[in-house]
Design a protein around this ligand. Structure first.
Ligand code: APR
Ligand code: PHB
Length: 389
């Protein structure tokens, strides 16, 4: 079998790249380790920057998103029992939209099936060969049968635990990592959101986040210990703790109910450099991870996909490889800014086990400056709505 671009990974990164390439007439195959249903069973964040929205429109996969998503012009930050708003619209003229990543991925799968582009599910033992040559190829197994795909390029969109990053020799790779000493316990409940915008809460008991998927599906998180498991938290215990971490006036309005999903995610900052090795390009979680504070995960994957799509399009259109040659540098420049922002938001909103009284004073000073200084709010808003591609 032969294709122009072999895409490893059928998550949002791989599917978005595949759809953009298909519409450009560039042949591609997606290899996905799991099944479509398994991929769609993952609960992920739901805040999209307008850059990602524009890419979905360019991919021709925005009809349901435009119909079902909603615009957020700002967000609320709380500090103990007080709160203030960061008004993105007023500060930057832009906004973010709320649309579940699972729904975005579903739309991309539907579009891929509709256009007849090839996706191979349940692939095992995917290996990338000769990526540093002019004739790379990928091998994989399905039901024990070995397959080979010869290609021009390989897009490694296979997430943090994938094979692509590890294909780059260790003496070529530089990895940067920070693991945070806590997790996020997240729940979904078929209840109306407590507020019409997100609430990022700093409290002496730890961080909390009030988010949503639609007017009757809420997503809440509380910072928890890494030794916790979801089973340690009854629904009642979760709701009581959440109420203690947000201002009383908001806690009084909180509509609780049975949770339909409960899980704990660890927090990490991670970047690998370079994001290209020969004819292999890493995109999304395969190359970088951010803590979810600030919702930058998918939005940084989106700018990778933008840069790689532009580079591949120029190459196939007129042999111009400049976009491919500058991909890693351009992608990393934006990624590191998103890493800093996500790290900063995590630091000012969470309680760290080893935090000293001085550290807490520094956190309060950061929050007080953000509350009282328009320029500080503008910097935060510019990062939150997404820096330019
Ligand atoms: N072979 C084939 N597929 C693989 C392999 C492999 N060896 N390893 C992983 N995969 C698949 C996974 O099953 C998954 O469906 O690659 C896909 C990677 O998808 P994601 O992990 O969602 O990464 P990405 O598409 O870059 O999306 C980034 O997802 O994790 C969130 O916060 C992150 O929002 C961000 C988004
Ligand atoms: C979510 O809705 O799941 C969400 C929103 C914002 C974040 C993280 C997660 O920063």
């Amino acid at each position: 079998m032969r294709t122009q671009v072999a895409i490893i990974g059928g998550g949002p990164s791989g599917l978005l790249l595949g759809q953009l390439l298909h519409r450009q007439g560039i042949d591609n195959i997606v290899l996905e380790r799991k099944t479509r249903d398994y991929v769609l069973g993952r609960i992920r964040a739901g805040i999209l920057e307008t850059g990602l929205v524009d890419l979905m429109r360019k991919a021709g996969v925005s009809e349901r998103m435009d119909r079902e998503s909603f615009v957020h012009d700002g967000t609320v930050i709380t500090d103990g029992n007080t709160h203030f708003e960061i008004n993105f619209k007023e500060l930057t003229g832009d906004h973010v939209i709320v649309y579940g990543q699972t729904e975005l991925t579903r739309d991309l799968y539907d579009a891929r099936e509709e256009c007849g582009a090839q996706t191979v599910f349940n692939t095992e033992n995917v290996q990338i060969h000769d990526a540093d040559s002019d004739a790379p190829y990928v091998t994989y197994e399905v039901d024990g049968e070995q397959h080979r795909i010869d290609c021009d390029y390989v897009a490694g969109c296979d997430g943090f635990h994938g094979v692509s990053r590890k294909t780059i020799p260790e003496d070529v790779r530089n990895e940067y990592e920070k693991v945070y000493p806590f997790g996020w316990l997240g729940i979904l409940s078929e209840t109306p959101p407590v507020h019409d915008e997100l609430i990022y809460a700093n409290s002496e008991r730890g961080f909390a986040l009030c988010s949503m998927r639609n007017e009757n599906l809420s997503r809440y998180y509380i910072q928890c210990s890494l030794t916790d498991s979801p089973e340690d938290w009854s629904d009642d215990a979760f709701w009581e703790e959440l109420k203690r971490r947000i201002p009383a006036e908001m806690a009084d309005k909180l509509v609780t109910g049975p949770t339909i999903e409960k899980s704990i995610a660890p927090l990490r900052s991670f970047v690998t450099e370079p994001m290209r090795w020969g004819r292999l390009f890493l995109c999304g979680d395969a190359a970088h991870i951010v803590p979810p504070t600030g919702a930058k995960g998918l939005n940084t994957a989106a700018s990778d996909i933008h840069y790689l799509f532009e580079g591949l399009s120029a190459f196939y259109a007129n042999g111009d490889a400049s976009g491919l040659d500058t991909y890693s540098e351009k992608a990393l420049s934006r990624i590191w800014k998103a890493e800093r922002f996500s790290w900063w938001m995590t630091n000012i909103l969470h309680r760290f086990p080893d935090q000293t009284d001085f550290d807490i004073k520094m956190q309060r000073a950061d929050l007080d400056f953000l509350r009282s200084n328009r320029d500080a709010q503008k910097v935060m808003a510019q990062n939150y709505i997404g820096l330019p591609y």
